[in-house]
Design a protein around this ligand. Structure first.
Ligand code: EPZ
Length: 427
């Protein structure tokens, strides 16, 4: 098993490149199932979740070529089948995103219930409700979701919660449905705009992404497209916190500041300097950070995917910080690990109470999920001494070349193989 070893206490300085957005590219890859034409997606990050989605698409019979340059070519020709490979589908939440495209393209689908970060209940009821309303028959049994439809028809769909994945699944299904679909209370994340832009490049007729009402006029057929993915706002936010927590200075690029309004506002409130210059952003940390009150919420609220990273940063802030996780029921796995490193954090349900500043010290810790892993990496960068982080496979799901990027900014980080010592068999 691999682990990361970090010697902390060094302020980071330098430039870090931001990769393509994980939570956009996974959906664009699924959308390629909607056409037999060749699609080209550029700026695809080399991360584990993308590799898993490649396995799913190939398992469905699509042809996928992925260049070192980050360019990916996907063709879902006539040999496309409707059953997604189990092992890959179980590995991540985004596998649910092939459900809508398969029903729209093949009128059939069968996928294992999706896996993903263990951060609380992750139902798919809103996905299924919308697809059923459009005419799909969907059955959940034996750990699978099986679906079929004679055709999909445009409907008015009201989401009880602005689910990102459900909004995207329904947009993709509605793109080829008969008639017009209107999604009310849709998610407003930047990734939704990416899905709309990509589908419209394929010939779809969608408008309203970025607002809570999205209109999709179904068309008979979609064609291939050539599209470049935006930079990852959560990766950029993570490195902003790296500058903040180590008291260093980083220049990050490319960054779309519009995608990070609440993150930047909260960093500035904590006393961090954040200055945008074109596609670059300059971030300067401070050895004295102000305590904050944070509440995660659907976009444009504070992103839940930045909550663990801010929780790590606030262990160094002066005073008591309150962090409320309103999106997920169990997204504080990082707290136990941060406490092992000297943090003073108490969790009561969806609220974390953080007392600072605390001196963090290196320890052996675990990355329980993707963003909890990011949180312990950030804490390790600021801690005195050596931290060893197990579960690095979780971090690899969403961060491309993380230790290489951190080393470029002066961090002392290495990836090591843990030697499993076989217990001598006493005869
Ligand atoms: C996407 O997950 C992201 N993942 C998540 O990022 C992110 O945290 C989340 O959006 C919110 O921004 C990808 O895009 C691959 P949701 P998704 O559907 O689509 C409830 C990361 O770290 N819900 O908006 O699964 C659900 O229980 C990952 O990169 C239902 O109740 O998010 C949860 O509480 C983690 N019924 C809330 O909505 C449904 O049918 C958010 O889920 C669907 C969701």
């Amino acid at each position: 098993m691999q682990f990361l070893e970090i010697e902390g206490g060094k302020a980071l300085h330098g430039r870090i490149g931001i990769s393509g957005a994980k939570n956009a590219v996974l959906k664009l890859m699924a959308a390629c199932l909607l056409t037999a034409g060749e699609c080209v997606i550029r700026n695809v990050p080399r991360i584990r979740d993308v590799r898993t989605m490649v396995e799913i698409l190939r398992g469905l019979g699509a042809k996928v070529e992925w260049e070192e340059s980050g360019e990916m070519r996907i063709t879902s020709g006539e040999e496309l089948t409707f059953e997604a490979p189990d092992k890959s589908a179980r590995q991540m939440r985004a596998s649910i995103q092939v459900l809508g495209p398969l029903l729209a393209r093949l009128r059939r689908a069968r996928i294992a219930h999706p896996g993903g970060c263990a951060i609380g209940a992750r139902p798919v009821d809103l996905h299924l409700m919308g697809l059923r309303k459009m005419g799909a028959v969907l059955v959940e049994e034996y750990g699978y979701i099986s679906g079929w439809c004679r055709e999909l028809t445009g409907q008015d769909i009201y989401l009880d919660y602005p689910s990102v994945g459900a909004t995207e699944n329904l947009m993709m299904a509605a793109a080829l449905a008969k008639g017009t679909t209107v999604i009310y209370n849709g998610a407003r994340e930047p990734e939704i705009i990416e899905v709309q832009n990509f589908l419209n490049c394929m010939g779809a007729k969608i408008r309203g992404a970025g607002t809570d009402i999205i209109r999709i006029t179904g068309v008979d057929e979609l064609h291939g497209a050539d599209y470049t993915v935006v930079p990852d706002r959560i990766e950029a936010g993570t490195f902003m916190v790296a500058a903040a927590i180590t008291g260093g200075e980083l220049i990050l690029a490319p960054v779309i500041m519009d995608h990070l309004q609440l993150v930047v506002a909260k960093l500035r409130e904590a006393g961090v300097v954040v200055e945008a210059e074109g596609e670059s952003v300059y971030v300067k940390g401070s050895h004295r950070l102000a305590a904050l009150t944070l509440r995660s919420a659907p976009y444009p609220g504070f992103p839940t995917d930045m909550q663990p990273q801010f929780t790590a940063m606030l262990t160094k802030a002066d005073g008591i910080s309150l962090v409320s996780e309103s999106v997920y029921t169990n997204r504080f796995h990082h707290v136990d690990e941060l406490v092992r490193m000297g943090a003073d954090i108490a969790v009561d349900g969806r609220l974390a109470i953080i007392r600072g500043p605390r001196r963090l010290t290196g320890a052996q810790v675990q990355a329980g999920d993707l963003r909890a892993g990011a949180a312990v990496v950030l804490a390790a960068l600021a801690a005195d001494g050596i931290t060893q982080i197990g579960g690095v496979e979780h971090i690899d799901r969403g961060y491309e070349r993380l230790e290489e990027k951190l080393r470029l900014a002066g961090a002392l980080v290495a990836r090591r193989e843990s030697v499993t010592v076989e217990e001598p068999v006493l005869v």
